[in-house]
Structures are given as C-alpha cells and as structure tokens.
Write a protein of this length. Structure first.
Lengths: 244, 773
C-alpha cells in the first residue's frame, strides 16, 4: 500500500494553552484506508484533522500529505493544496447560505478554474441521492441533505483524501446512518477517508482502522480486518473509555 | 441606567474601528456644517457694522460737471435725505507708479469726516496740500503702493507728481479686485487736474432707515424728473456695494451649505449602515441582553449611546474646528472694510449645530436600534446571525456569464446581498463622487468665465490711453507694430435706462469685438449700430428681453436701442451694456477710446511688443500684457471646493470601508468555509474588492449625472449671485472620457479601501472560526 499521510512527532500548542493539543503524534495513513480517529472532546482529534487538512500548522513536527510537506507551504500554497488534494466535510455542513446546493458543490471546482464542472456536480448530487434539490438554498434543505451537499462539495475536485469531522454530529440517527453508508460506499470505490468522531460505534462500523487519541497522544491504533474484530474492538474501546 | 452605560462603553471599546468611522464622518460633517452656518450668520455683520460706524451713503449720485451747485445742494431735501455729503468735484485721472499705470476717479474733499461716508484712515493722514493724495487701502494693497510713495499724474500735460499721504477704507465702494476705486485730494487741487469729459460732481445721501431697491429707484426717478435732462450721469447704491462685498462669502456659503447637507446625509447613511451591521452581528448578544433583563427600550438606548458618544466627541472637535476654519473668510471681509478683526461666532448657533448633528446621527441609528430592541430573545439566541435567502443570485449569474473568476463572481453577488446596506453605502459613495464631479467642474467653469471676462486667448496686450493723447496718435503707434494683428478700441459711458435707477455702464467697442470671447448666453453679438447686449440682471431690472426696442439716454441725448443678445458680465453684478462704437458716437461724436485690446500675430512675443509700444509713448500709454489671472475671490472659492472635495470623498471612502468591514465580519464563517474548500488569500481579497468595486461603480454611475446636474445648479446659483445667467460654454466643462474616468477612479479608490477588510478576511483563521460554533 502507498503511504498517503505521514505525521512525524507533531506537537501543537495553541496560544495561551498550558498543555499541547497534540503532544508528539506520529501517524501514517495509506492510500485507500478508511481511518477513524476517536477520542473524547478536547482529546486533540480535530486538531489532528485540521493539521492534515492544512487548515492549521503544527508547532513542531512534520505533516506530509501525498508527498508534500505542508510545513513548506505558504497560505496560498496551503489553499491550493486543500483545493487540489483534500475534501473536507464539517459537522455543521458550512454551506454558503446564499448559494444553491449545486452552486455550493461547484465552488471548489470554480476556485480551481474549472468552470465546466456542472455535469460532474450534478452527477455527484445524483450519486448522493439529492439531484432533486440542486436548485434549493441550504435553508430549505434537511440536515441530512445539507451534509450530502457538503460531501458532494468535498468530492468535486476528486480529492486524494476525504476528511470528515464529526459528519453525523448534527444529524438525527437515520440521517447519520445514511451519511455513514455514503462514506462507506465512497471508500469501497477507492476513496481514502479520515473520519473524526467521538462515537465508538460509528468509528468501528465502517472504518477499517481506529486511531484513539487521548490528551493529545495516540493511545491506540487498531486495524479491523473482520466484522468480528470490529465488534470486539467496539467493546474494548468502550470499556477503556468507561474506565477513563 | 448604569447597566446601559456600562454595556454601551464596553461595546464601544470592542468596536473601536466602527467608533473611529463614526467619529471621522461626524467630525467632517459637523466641521463643514459649522463653517457654513458661521459664514451664513456672520457674513452680513462686518459690512453692517462698518456701514453704521462710517455712516455709509445709501445712495451716491454723479452729476454732470455743468450742473448748478445750488440745484445739487437742494437735492437732499428733494430726496428727504437725513444727511448728505458734497457736491464733491471729481475727475478721472491716470497715474503712474513705477512702471504701473492706472486710472482712479479722484474726489476733491477737504475732510474725511462729515455726516455721510466717513472715511476711515488706516495708515498715514489726510492730504493737506494740492500735491498730496489718499488712496483706498484695498487699492494700495492690490498694487503694492505704500504711504509716502510718489505717483505721477499722466492724464494732464503738466504731469504733476503727488505724494500718497494716507490709506483709507471707504464703505461706499467695493474691493479693488472687484470694483473701480476712488482717490481723494483737496478740492482745490481738482480744477487744475480736470480735463474735458473727465469731470463730474458726486453727492452722497443717507436716509433715516435703510431704503429698499424700489425706494432707491423711486428716488432716482424723482431726481431725474426734477433736474434738467443729462444732469444725473451715474449713481450707485449701498445694496449693490454690500452685495459686491459679500459675494465671495455668499458663494462660499452656498457651496458649503450644499456640501454640508451632503456630508450630513452621507454620515447618516454610514451611521444607519453601521448600526444595522452591529445589530446583525450581535444577534446572539442581543438575545442574551434581553434574557438577562434589558427591556427593548434599554437595548435601543445601548445602541444609541454607543453611536452618540463618538458622534458627540466628533462634534466637540468639529464644531470649534469649523468655527476656526470660517474665521479667515470673515477676517478677509473685516480687513476689506477696515474693521479690526475680532473672532466672530455664535455660541447659540454652535449649540444648534451640536444638537442638529446629534439628532441626525441619533435618528439614523434609531431604526436599526429599534429592530434590535424588538428581537425575540429565543430566536436570536438560536440564530447567531440573521437569516439570508437568495440574495445576489441574479448578479452572480450575470457575472458568471461574463466568465469572471469565481472569487470575483462571489464578491459581485455579495455586493447587494443586503439591499439596505448597499443602498446606504451607495448614498455615501454617491455623495463622494457627485462632490468630486462638482469640485472638478466648478473651477473649470470659473476659468471659462474668467477667460471670457478677461478676453483670455483673444487679447494679448491691453493699451490704456491717457486723454492727453489723441486716438489717432495712439492708433498710429499701435498699427506701426508689425506684430499687431487686430485692434479693438474700447471706452465706457453711463447710459440711463427706463425703469433702472442707477445709470448703467456701457462698454463700447470699435473694431471686430465679436472675437473678444465674451460669452453670449442667448441671442447674438451686435452687428449694427443700435444693437446691444446686456447681462441677465440688467435685462430683468429693465424688464427687457431679446428683441425688445427701448430708448436709453446719455448726457441727455436719447439713443434708440434694441436688445439682440444676453451676455455674461459680472461687472456691477450684471449691470452693463455692450454696444458698437457707432451707437455712442451718433450722439457723442467726440468720444475717444480709453483702451485698445490688441491681438498679436501668431508667434509674436508679448513682452517684446509691450516694450516696443511703451518705448514709443512712455508717458501717455499704459501697455500691459493682458492680465488673465483668476481674481482672489474665485481662488478662495476654488480652495474651499478643493477642501470640500477631499472631506466628502473621505466620508465616501469611510462609507465603503465601513460596509466592507461589516460584510467581512458578518461573513467570516462563509469566508472560513471558502478558505477551507480551497480559496486562496488572494482570491479572498479579490472577492472583497469585487464587492467594493461593484458598489462603487453603481454609485459612481448614478452620481455622475447627478453631479453634473448639481454642478449646473450651483453654477446657476453663483451666476445669479453675480447677476447673470450661466452661459452654455460654462456648463460644458466635462469631457466624455472624464465622465467615464471619475467612476472608474471611484472603483479604484473603493478597491483600495477594500484592502484592509480584504486582508482581514484573507487572514481569517479557519479553525478558530469554524470551531466557534
């Protein structure tokens, strides 16, 4: 397998922070993996995701994605990197309220200079089952629909890495399951996915690997080759969480 | 109450930039407003004070030199005047001081005091012998002539040398840059200096109360009826002189008032915009305020207070600054009137300005503040910002069809996403661009009018002839110069018109005067004897229009005239006649030119020409390059316009800066999202700049025709003040390219103003913003 993401001894201390959000994290993710990063609130999992997405910079250590050391990129370079290599799905969707669903999906492609991405945008909406809402504004979409639009937007530039930060956190159970099924389908089609969640069940249901983060450190890194293994891991991780 | 103040001050500290925008906009508006009101209220005072102190003449009448002194002495009774001066013998003299030559109507008067027209000596003393003369201070200042200096009389053969013994201020004549001037000698000195047709008697009258124009005209009619025909050769009343004195300040005041209204409107737009933005960005906070017990009225008070505090601070600086800025103009008036300058202002008026400015600001903030007060706590706590719909979609689509970069398309869509904000911003930009249009146009129109009045480009050299030199001799010298291409001779004479109280100065031309460059407002230039042109004020006073025939009289002789055109002329505030030589010579065959307006052959040197003609007749000809310089009052008006342009343009820039700041702050989450999905900092800046650029472009496009219209309106107002209609050529001062360039420059300025909010948006920390949910 080809290595896609490599973090080496990454430390992140926020301004005014007494302790680091990440304290010497090293991690490698291969292409095609569906990795779930798990941990309680404040554990550093979102910080890890932001560093990999190039939304934030480490205090020290290296973050290399697709062979590019993000530390060597300026603001414009990071923006290009995000546009070309990363798709980001947020917990609260973050759709632009004054653009229609289709317009939201097309934004990254247009920023990249691909003005003729309409067909691909519509195809993505169709694939995600929301072709009928292409002309609607976010305020007129359900939470599940909004998150699908956000996923379509994340996929429009064929990213090598899809990052999802608590993508079901703002959704009801049914919508959340639909979104997770969608991510699983994308993974089966070859998409590398890094999912951040605090829900152990969610983490183990679709992911092939679960990385547990606690107090800014990776405390566990489990590969779930089989369904049975996954079930036992859920039991184990939940048990550990409870004991903490 | 304490909670309101504490909250308002805390908000102010947090929103320092917005407070600064309010402070600057209000400061500039209050400053210009105060300046306008101070000038408006104080302009009449210096003249009125000087007129009373010097017992100015309500009416001055010039009588023919052959008039009977006893008849003249009876005229005060005839007019029911309470006091009178004269009759004083007067003669028009030509003087030479150094290389300069000039003409002055010199009055024989033994005493500067008396019951009417007391002359205030500001330097030196009154003449005590026949070889001494006193000049007006205004004339001395303009021509750099000091007390003690010798000047030579060149209009009489013996060419006596006189000593300037004093400078005086005469309340009964305008300043030297706008009016002809008097000089004074002992009455015993006048006979030996008088020549034929250059002498007359002057009487001054004062009435119990200030008479109206109609009363003065009735007085003049009574005089003409009672005296032999041709006895009255000229007259001037205090209303005309007061208007000449006050015209600069009147025009400046008109311009200042117009632009103060602009500045206040733009400030109100900025404030309303700002409070709306603050309310939108503070939705959740307003909910919390109401949840902890603020009543709707208290919420309104918090918002009003945080606007009124910087506005009041701005007024405290702006009102004194405006008062101080108006003082040089008032000092200028006082100086011209010989009054000791004392700073002039009205505390009451300043308080009214303070109250007015605060009221406008408070009213501008009231509506959005009310909106805040009426918000439902539960709803606003749940929604961090106000809901947004399909705003900007049409514009975005249009921009997308033009294949503009996506960041620009998004910016264009955002420009009018909040229509109310966009309109308020448009108001500020509109004011700025319209002001720039006016401030560019008016000085050019003034230049065009000045060029017409001074024959710029049409006359290169002006030769003034002493009465001691014959017309034929002067022409022989002029025509002997090979560089002489065209000569137009000019003289003046007073004509009496029916229905017009004061005799009117006629400008009489010999030669092809149609090429002198005078602006014809309507009709045409005269072609044949009897045809005349006049400015609007005279046509109005005489109830004449183009095509009307009427009889005027000069020295008792009736002259049939027909009006063929309306001409622009500010002399005597639009009271003059333009006519051909033959019209006057038909009744005054001996008339001789006072001056020759000379056009040189292409490429000829003006200075060499002046030297040659001067050398040919150094004493009896005054040869000067045509002085086409702008007169000081116009320079003052131009300076005021320039300052206003800068002030209101700054307010306009403040308006767009304010809007962009609000937009970028309000859309910080959207910007962070866009950055997260790959928008580069440069693209973010392009988006913000595109938004600013579009608003500026629309504001500019609307403002240009209105600015051109305002330019016309103000020009008309100024022309009317000077007794004229505006000539079409004075309107046509904008090139089509310029009218395109002004909004384009507006766009560039707006884009530059977008740099700070744009950079701020470009530096948005995605992680901080998106995780602050």
């Amino acid at each position: 397998m080809t290595e896609l993401v490599r973090l080496t001894d990454v430390i992140k201390v926020y301004q005014g922070g007494i302790t680091g959000a990440l304290n010497g994290v090293s991690l490698s993710i291969d292409q095609g993996e569906f990795t779930a990063v798990m941990g309680p609130s404040g554990s550093g999992k979102s910080t890890l995701l932001n560093l990999i997405a190039g939304l934030d910079r480490p205090t020290s250590g290296d973050v290399v994605v697709g062979g590019t050391n993000l530390g060597g990129l300026g603001e414009a370079g990071l923006a290009r990197f995000r546009r070309d290599h990363v798709g980001f799905v947020f917990q609260f969707f973050h759709l632009l309220p004054n653009l229609t669903a289709l317009e939201n999906v097309l934004i990254p492609a247009q920023l990249k200079g691909r003005e003729n991405a309409d067909a691909r945008g519509r195809k993505l909406l169709e694939r995600l089952g929301i072709a009928d809402v292409a002309g609607r504004y976010p305020a007129r979409l359900s939470g599940g629909q909004q998150q699908r639009v956000a996923i379509a937007r994340a996929l429009i530039n064929n990213p090598t890495l899809l990052l999802a930060d608590e993508p079901t956190g703002a959704l009801d159970t049914h919508s959340g399951e639909q979104v997770m099924d969608l991510l699983a389908q994308l993974h089966r089609d070859g998409q590398t996915i890094l999912l951040v969640t605090h829900d152990a069940k969610l983490a183990t249901r679709q992911a092939s690997r679960v990385v547990s983060v606690m107090d800014g450190k990776i405390v566990d890194d489990a590969r779930l080759e089989t369904k049975e293994r996954a079930t036992s891991e859920v039991v184990r991780i939940r048990g550990e969480e409870t004991s903490r | 109450m304490t909670a309101i103040v504490v909250k308002a001050i805390a908000d102010l500290k947090r929103r320092r930039l917005q407070a600064a925008v309010i402070f600057v906009a209000t400061l500039l508006a209050a400053g210009t407003g105060t300046m306008a009101l101070t000038l408006l209220s104080q302009t009449h005072d210096p003249y009125q004070a000087a007129f009373e102190a010097q017992q100015g003449a309500h009416l001055q009448v010039a009588y023919d030199s052959r008039s009977d002194p006893k008849t003249m002495a009876a005229t005060p009774q005839l007019l029911s005047a309470t006091a009178s001066g004269g009759p004083y013998p007067v003669t028009s003299l030509q003087f030479q001081a150094g290389s300069r030559k000039f003409g002055l109507d010199t009055i024989g008067r033994d005493d500067p005091g008396g019951p009417v027209e007391k002359l205030r000596i500001t330097a030196g003393r009154w003449p005590s012998s026949n070889d001494e003369i006193a000049l007006t201070r205004s004339f001395s200042d303009l021509n750099n002539i000091a007390v003690g200096q010798k000047i030579k009389v060149i209009s009489v053969a013996q060419e006596p040398v006189l000593t300037v013994t004093g400078e005086v201020v005469d309340i009964d004549e305008g300043s030297a840059d706008l009016s002809s001037q008097h000089a004074w000698m002992l009455s015993s000195a006048i006979p030996s200096l008088s020549t034929k047709d250059s002498s007359y008697y002057l009487m001054t009258y004062r009435f119990a109360t200030d008479p109206s124009s109609a009363q003065l005209q009735a007085d003049m009619d009574r005089l003409r009826f009672a005296l032999p025909p041709g006895s009255v050769v000229g007259s001037v009343n205090y209303i005309l002189i007061r208007n000449v004195f006050n015209i600069t300040n009147q025009i400046v005041t008109s311009v200042l008032i117009a632009f103060s209204i602009f500045a206040l409107a733009a400030t109100a737009a900025i404030v309303a915009n700002l409070v709306t933005g603050i309310v939108i960005s503070a939705y959740r906070e307003i909910g919390i305020m109401k949840a902890v017990g603020f009543t709707p009225r208290q919420v309104v008070a918090v918002f009003e207070l945080q606007i009124l505090i910087p506005a009041a601070a701005a007024c405290l600086v702006g009102i004194p600054a405006g008062t101080i800025a108006s003082q040089p103009l008032l000092a200028n008036s006082s100086h011209a009137l010989g009054l000791a300058y004392t700073p002039s202002f009205s505390v009451g008026l300043d308080l009214v300005t303070l109250a007015g400015a605060l009221l406008i600001v408070a009213l501008a903030a009231l509506l959005p503040a009310f909106r805040a007060g009426l918000l439902k706590p539960v709803v606003v706590i749940a929604n961090a910002s106000s809901p947004r719909g399909r705003s900007g979609r049409g514009l975005r689509r249009l921009a997308a069809q033009m294949r503009l970069p996506r960041a620009v398309v998004l910016g264009i869509g955002d420009a009018f996403a909040r229509p109310a904000r966009a309109i308020l911003t448009l108001v500020a930009i509109f004011m700025g661009v319209a002001t720039i249009t006016v401030a560019l146009g008016l000085p050019r129109s003034f230049t065009a009018i000045n060029n017409s009045e001074t024959n710029a480009g049409n006359v290169d050299v002006v030769v003034r002839k002493s009465p001691a030199l014959s017309d034929a001799d002067a022409l022989r010298i002029i025509n002997s110069q090979p560089e002489t291409a065209r000569v137009v001779a000019e003289t003046g004479n007073n004509f009496t018109l029916p229905g017009v109280g004061d005799p009117v100065n006629a400008r009489v031309f010999r030669g092809d005067s149609s090429h002198l460059g005078y602006m014809v407002v309507a009709g045409r230039w005269f072609n044949v004897p009897g045809e005349v042109l006049a400015p609007k004020a005279l046509l109005q006073d005489a109830h004449l229009k183009i095509g009307d025939h009427f009889n005027a009289s000069v020295h008792g002789s009736v002259v049939p005239l027909v009006v063929v055109g309306e001409v622009y002329d500010i002399n005597n505030l639009g009271h003059s006649l333009f006519m051909d030589w033959a019209t006057l010579s038909a009744v005054e065959p001996e008339v001789s030119p006072d001056a020759y307006l000379i056009t040189l052959t292409p490429g000829a040197s003006v200075n060499t020409y002046v030297q040659h003609v001067s050398a040919a007749q150094p004493d009896l000809l005054d040869v000067e390059p045509n002085n086409t310089g702008i007169i000081p009052p116009v320079k003052i008006i131009d300076s005021v316009l320039l300052i206003l342009m800068i002030v209101i343009a700054l307010i306009g820039v403040g308006g767009i800066f304010n809007t962009l700041l609000l937009n970028t702050r309000e859309r910080v989450r959207d910007t962070a999202t866009l950055k997260a999905v790959g928008m580069s900092p440069r693209q973010v800046m392009a988006m913000v700049a595109a938004s600013a650029g579009l608003i500026a472009l629309v504001g500019g496009i609307i403002a240009i025709p209105i600015g051109v219209g305002l330019h016309r309106y103000l020009l008309d107002l100024i022309s009317v003040s000077a007794g004229n209609d505006t000539p079409p050529a004075a309107y046509a001062v904008f090139g089509p390219l310029e009218l395109v360039a002004i909004p384009v420059i507006g766009v560039l300025v707006a884009v530059a103003a977008a740099l700070i909010p744009g950079r701020w948006a470009a530096r948005t920390n995605v992680v901080e913003v998106l995780h602050a949910e």
